[in-house]
Design a protein around this ligand. Sequence first.
Ligand SMILES: CC(C)(COP(=O)(O)OP(=O)(O)OC[C@H]1O[C@@H](n2cnc3c(N)ncnc32)[C@H](O)[C@@H]1OP(=O)(O)O)[C@@H](O)C(=O)NCCC(=O)NCCS
Length: 161
Amino acid sequence: MIVIEKLDKKDINKVLEIEKICFGNNWIPTPFEREIDKEECIYLVAKDNNENKIIAYGGAWIIIDEVHITIMGVLPDYRKNKIGQKILLNLLREGIKKGAKWATLEVKESNIPAQKLYQKFGFSVKGRRKKYYHQDGEDALIMWTEEINTEQYKNFLDTID
Ligand SMILES: CC(C)(COP(=O)(O)OP(=O)(O)OC[C@H]1O[C@@H](n2cnc3c(N)ncnc32)[C@H](O)[C@@H]1OP(=O)(O)O)[C@@H](O)C(=O)NCCC(=O)NCCS
């Protein structure tokens, strides 16, 4: 059984290991220690309860009335099992609870799996940041949703559950 929970401080090192596996040479460690207690930061993990193991994580910041999805990763062996979407669903719901009206994120132009995932939740490309990723000089696409704090969008999220 997969459950989504808030990241616990004691699990930060485990999540950093997952992050390293997910991002390889492009890994920039997320400053979980610094951010975990901040009201505007949301960090979630997916746990496989059968194995008592963390298998995925995701993060977001609330900036005024926007929720910025900052990071997501699922261990390779667990991908394509709707775990990424479970994390994103919960980040968006948590964002809405904290007052967000729109959601946004940056994604590598070449990262098609992530773009497809975000499109499934109504994100579309609205801009580009040239050479945003220092390691390889790749551009970031800037994606935005329409308004998320609406009954229509919340009902839509229920259909993804
Ligand atoms: C992107 C990522 C988080 C997706 O996680 P996942 O658990 O495999 O995705 P899910 O199984 O929840 O997929 C949900 C939807 O995303 C899209 N998707 C996911 N993986 C895909 C792939 N390899 N190719 C095409 N679409 C894909 C599909 O629309 C899918 O819906 P469907 O199953 O109804 O077709 C995962 O591939 C990953 O960790 N990648 C490396 C780290 C990364 O790139 N993070 C995002 C940038 S910060």
